[in-house]
Design a protein around this ligand. Structure first.
Ligand SMILES: *Cc1c(COP(=O)(O)O)cnc(C)c1O
Length: 348
C-alpha cells in the first residue's frame, strides 16, 4: 500500500500537468536576464505580493538570508520570534553570513506584539547595536501553521517603521495564510518591506522560492544571490513549475486546511492526545501519556504513515502532521484510525 507521507508539505511530487509545463518552458540564460519564463514568474509573484519586483531563488533559506543581508549592516540586531525558522533552522547564517545578532522575542502562537518591538528596538546610543530589521513568520511553522492577524502585522510594521527599521516577512506559507483568512497575501503583508514565499511546499513545486520587495531591494538581492552561487541559467524549467502552481495550486490550499481540520477532529476525542484546532495545514499532536513521539512515529511508519516528532529534546512529546497536495481525505481518515489503534496498543 502507498505510504501516507505527512512529515511535511515539501514531499509533494510534481503532477503530470506540472511536468508537461516544465517540459514545454521557453528558456534562456537567466544570469544574462534572458530567461522569459523566469521573468514571467517573477512578475507574477511581485503582483501577487503587491511588491515592485521579485527574484527567483533556489530555496526559502537562501531567500530569507539574502533579505537579512540586504536589509542590515554587520553588527546590527535583528528582532524575530524565538522559535522562528530564520533563527532556529537556518544554521546560524544570519551571524555567519551577515554578521548580525538575533534578538529573539517570545510570541504567542508565533506572533509577537508591536509593544514588544517598541521595547526591544535599541535607542540611538553609540555603544548599543542598532536594530537593523524585524522579521515576521506567517504562517508560523513551529507554532503549528498559525496565522498572524493582519492588524497585528500592521501594528508591528508601524512600530518598526516609526523607528526607521524595515520588516521582512518569512512567508514560506503566506499563501496558506491567505487561504485561511480569505485576505489577499499582499494585504496580509500590511506594508512590510520584503517577503519570501516558497513554491516547494504546499504549492507542489520541486524547487524554488521567491523573494519580493522594491526594485532597489531586488537589485541588491540579485547581487547577493549571485555571490552565494545562486545565479541559475536555463532555470525557466523550474520557473514553469512555479507559474503552473500559482495558476492551479493556490485555490486548492483550502482543501489541505479542511483535511487538517478533519484529521484533528477525528483525533480529538482520543485519550493520551491533546490537539488544538489547526488554522492551516499543520497539525500538532501533543502526547499526554508516558510515551515518546519517536516511538509513536516508528509504529506509524511500520503501518505506512510517516510523521515527524516535533519540538525539543530526546523525549519529545509532540508529533507534526502536515497535509498537502498528495494527501487526500481517505488518507487522513486512515491516519486517524491508525493513530487511534497505536495509542490503544499494549506498551503505549
Ligand atoms: C521551509 C521554510 C523555510 C525555508 O525553506 P527551504 O526552501 O526549506 O530552505 C523558511 N521559513 C519557513 C517558515 C519554512 O517553513
Amino acid at each position: 500500500m502507498a505510504l501516507i507521507d505527512l512529515r511535511s508539505d515539501t514531499v509533494t511530487r510534481p503532477t503530470p500537468a506540472m511536468r508537461a509545463a516544465m517540459a514545454a518552458a521557453a528558456v534562456g540564460d537567466d544570469v544574462y536576464g534572458e530567461d522569459p519564463t523566469t521573468r514571467a514568474l517573477e512578475d507574477m509573484a511581485a503582483r501577487l505580493m503587491g511588491m515592485e519586483a521579485a527574484l527567483f531563488v533556489p530555496s526559502g533559506t537562501m531567500g530569507n538570508q539574502i533579505a537579512v543581508a540586504c536589509h542590515t549592516n554587520p553588527g546590527d540586531e535583528v528582532l524575530l520570534e524565538a522559535s522562528s525558522h530564520i533563527l532556529q533552522v537556518e544554521l546560524g547564517m544570519m551571524a555567519r553570513f551577515s554578521g548580525v545578532m538575533p534578538h529573539p522575542l517570545v510570541g504567542v502562537d508565533g506572533a509577537f506584539t508591536a509593544r514588544q518591538v517598541e521595547e526591544a528596538v535599541r535607542p540611538d546610543v553609540y555603544y548599543l547595536a542598532p536594530t537593523g530589521l524585524v522579521c515576521v513568520e506567517n504562517t508560523h511553522n513551529a507554532a503549528g501553521g498559525t496565522v498572524w492577524p493582519r492588524a497585528r502585522v500592521e501594528a508591528v510594521v508601524a512600530a518598526a517603521h516609526a523607528c526607521g527599521v524595515p520588516v521582512h516577512v518569512d512567508g514560506a506559507r503566506i499563501l496558506n495564510a491567505q487561504a485561511a483568512t480569505g485576505v489577499a497575501a499582499r494585504e496580509l503583508l500590511a506594508g512590510a518591506d520584503s517577503v519570501m514565499f516558497c513554491l516547494s511546499k504546499g504549492l507542489g513545486c520541486p524547487v524554488g522560492s521567491l523573494l519580493c520587495g522594491s526594485r532597489r531591494f531586488v537589485k541588491s538581492a540579485r547581487r547577493v544571490r549571485k555571490a552565494l552561487g545562486g545565479g541559475m541559467r536555463q532555470v525557466g524549467i523550474l520557473a514553469a513549475a512555479g507559474l503552473y502552481a500559482l495558476e492551479h495550486h493556490v485555490e486548492r490550499l483550502a482543501d489541505d486546511h479542511v483535511n487538517a481540520r478533519v484529521l484533528a477532529e477525528e483525533l480529538g476525542g482520543l485519550a493520551g492526545l491533546r490537539i488544538s484546532p489547526p488554522q492551516t495545514n499543520i497539525v500538532l499532536l501533543e502526547l499526554t501519556g508516558d510515551v515518546a513521539a519517536a516511538d509513536v512515529c516508528a509504529r506509524l511508519r511500520a503501518r505506512g504513515v510517516l510523521a515527524s516528532p516535533a519540538g525539543a529534546g530526546a523525549d519529545r512529546r509532540r508529533i507534526r502532521m502536515v497535509t498537502h497536495l498528495d494527501v487526500d481525505r481517505a488518507s487522513v481518515l486512515r491516519t486517524a484510525d491508525l493513530v487511534a489503534q497505536e495509542l490503544r496498543a499494549p506498551g503505549v
